[in-house]
Write a protein that binds this ligand. Structure first.
Ligand SMILES: [Zn+2]
Length: 243
């Protein structure tokens, strides 16, 4: 391989269309986030079309420019995670991609990539999309250091008599610390689901399925929590709420 070329593996997370069917492409891979310029990629005749679509997991040969910027030379699709026949999966994939593009920081990207790839494989393998998407969301929050404390009362560290969740304090709350003025109690089932979302392992992704009625309010709550902490507004949440 010439000295001014590099090969990167990654999942395409976002494309910005530029002049004459060129695009700026954002991707995430085992080595982190990267972006590159792709010429003529939106032409239907482009040989790189399949490799440079959102949700493609691809091997990309990139030319390194003078300022260190990358331009696509050649792309080869390893696997595509696009679905066309399942509205719920489509809505979750949109959400997952928006979340990845908006909140993953460079130092968090290698860990986020492992969870993203596992989540996309689980959705493609017909696991419950809403469950997979929310586990991914919870783990991105963990990864960014803002995951909820679901192991104990976030105020007094008691591990027993947990009855509520306080997003303002960032975790579970016990009976004695519960403040009815500012907090809401949560059912044991809801606390159990939240604990699972934040604590499960990557291998558990395809193993569990919660109901839509249980999950959609949690999408809303965690999105509000994220917005309060970081100002991130997730447009694709609206599609999930309409499911
Ligand atoms: Zn407490």
């Amino acid at each position: 391989m010439p000295a001014n070329e590099v090969t990167r593996e990654g999942i395409i997370i976002h494309l910005t269309t530029l002049k004459e069917s060129d695009a700026m492409v954002n991707a995430i891979g085992p080595e982190g986030l990267f972006s590159f310029y792709a010429r003529g990629i939106n032409k239907i005749t482009s040989k790189n079309l399949g490799a440079v679509q959102a949700l493609s997991h691809s091997k990309l040969t990139l030319t390194i420019g003078k300022e260190g910027s990358f331009t696509l030379k050649e792309g080869e699709a390893i696997e595509s995670f696009v679905v066309s026949d399942d509205l719920e999966a489509l809505a979750v994939l949109n959400f997952v991609m928006e979340l990845t593009a908006k909140i993953v920081q460079p130092d968090e990207a290698p860990a986020a990539y492992r969870w993203l790839l596992a989540s996309l494989k689980a959705i493609k393998g017909k696991s419950n999309p809403l469950t997979v998407g929310l586990i991914y969301f919870a783990h991105l929050l963990n990864n960014g250091g803002i995951g909820l404390d679901v192991d104990e009362c976030v105020i007094c560290h008691s591990k027993t008599h947990i009855i509520a969740i306080s997003y303002e304090d960032g975790g579970f709350v016990c009976e004695s610390c519960y403040d009815p003025e500012t907090m809401h109690t949560a059912s044991p089932r809801k606390l159990k689901i939240l604990r699972y979302l934040f604590r499960c392992q990557i291998e558990d992704l395809p193993r569990v399925s919660f109901t839509k009625e249980e999950l959609i309010p949690l999408y809303q709550e965690l999105s509000t929590y994220l917005n309060d902490l970081t100002g991130t507004n997730l447009k694709s949440l609206g599609i999930i709420q309409k499911l």
